[in-house]
Design a protein around this ligand. Structure first.
Ligand SMILES: [Zn+2]
Length: 342
């Protein structure tokens, strides 16, 4: 019996013995994924054009970060410029199905509600949801705005947007983002001032989990950086948390898939065993630095653990969508996680 067969057998046995409330692993590993910003319709069209080539290369999962770039019907006031229509999304969904690629939409929650001087639709239309309302005019001196996880009205609106994405994508999973949340539990927020930041972060995660896994019975993915203690693992304050959110890792459900992103070359990526030991499934995510991507892929593969899902290649504009199949880190990742069928 090969190791792979043994792992598959163990997985099957596990799925038979786990209680029914546990999310079933519907998709065999490895997941050879790509993360793409799909925040306007032109990107949706470009991506649809290359789905066949990506499948041919061996890609079997796509995370598409939509955020406000969809023609939302429940809240048209929250549409960004040139949002994707339902018809364009459905064309992408069909193309992915035809090529056996799992398509997972992403809606960036809590943080990343602005970029540079530009504040995104939710906090423009509903400034009362801002964690730091009225502070940092022009977004000076901050990285990105956050919404307040304790505002009593915010989830009602966010969940309506999630519901529309789940519907149009016929999604069986949603990625909720949650990376690089620097503004949380701020003094400018009358609800959160002085509160424990890990508990605030965990509340947000648990709210989204209840909606997605509890109500919709779909899987939930999130970025892992706020769950990594920068005092214990020396990643720095971007890819790990130096703002006291890390204890949230013990306050959230273990069926969440952690997308553990690291883009720099290191000897070790200690968050991988940390998340595994806590019981999470981990989808390591690299970027454009080829040597760093190779190091991260090789490091994560040594664990030979079925809860290492494969590799997720982020792009962040480093490669145009129509050139994705020549993106060297992606080529390395798919060849590393090639199986008999691909
Ligand atoms: Zn708040």
């Amino acid at each position: 019996m090969t190791k792979l067969t043994l792992n598959i057998t163990l997985l099957l046995l596990l799925s038979l013995t786990l209680p029914s409330c546990t999310v079933k692993q519907n998709y065999p590993v490895p997941w050879r994924g790509v993360h793409v910003l799909m925040t306007d319709q032109s990107k949706t069209e470009q991506l649809t054009q290359v789905v066949g080539e990506l499948a041919e290369l061996g890609v079997n999962a796509l995370i598409v970060e939509v955020n406000y770039g969809y023609e939302y019907q429940s809240h048209p006031e929250l549409r960004a410029n040139n949002p994707s229509s339902a018809a364009r999304i459905k064309a992408l969904v069909n193309q992915c199905r035809r090529h056996n690629i799992r398509l997972i939409p992403q809606f960036q929650c809590l943080g990343h509600q602005s970029w540079s001087k530009s504040t995104f639709p939710l906090l423009t239309q509903y400034p009362e949801f801002d964690e730091t309302p009225g502070a940092y005019p022009g977004n000076e001196d901050i990285y990105c705005r956050s919404w307040c996880p304790r505002h009593p009205e915010v989830n009602k609106i966010v969940f309506a947007l999630m519901d529309e994405l789940i519907d149009v994508f016929q999604a069986d999973a949603l990625h909720v983002g949650l990376d690089e949340v620097f503004l949380i539990g701020e003094d400018q927020c009358p609800r959160c001032k002085g509160m424990d930041k890990a508990e605030l972060f965990a509340k947000a995660v648990n709210d989204y989990h209840r909606h997605l896994v509890g109500k919709h019975k779909i899987e939930m993915l999130m970025w892992g950086d706020r769950l990594i203690d920068a005092n214990k693992i020396n990643y720095g304050r971007w890819e790990a948390s130096a703002n006291n959110t890390a204890p949230a890792v013990d306050l959230i459900p273990k069926d969440i898939i952690i997308c553990d992103w690291h883009y720099e070359l290191r000897d070790a990526y200690e968050s991988v065993p940390m998340f595994l030991e806590k019981g999470f499934r981990v989808w390591p995510a690299g970027w454009r630095n080829l040597e760093a991507a190779k190091a991260f892929i090789n490091y994560s593969r040594q664990f030979d653990n079925p809860r290492i899902l494969g590799h997720l290649n982020t792009t962040w504009g480093a490669v145009p969508i129509n050139k994705l199949t020549s993106f060297e880190p992606l080529l390395y990742a798919v060849s590393s996680f090639r199986t008999k069928d691909k």
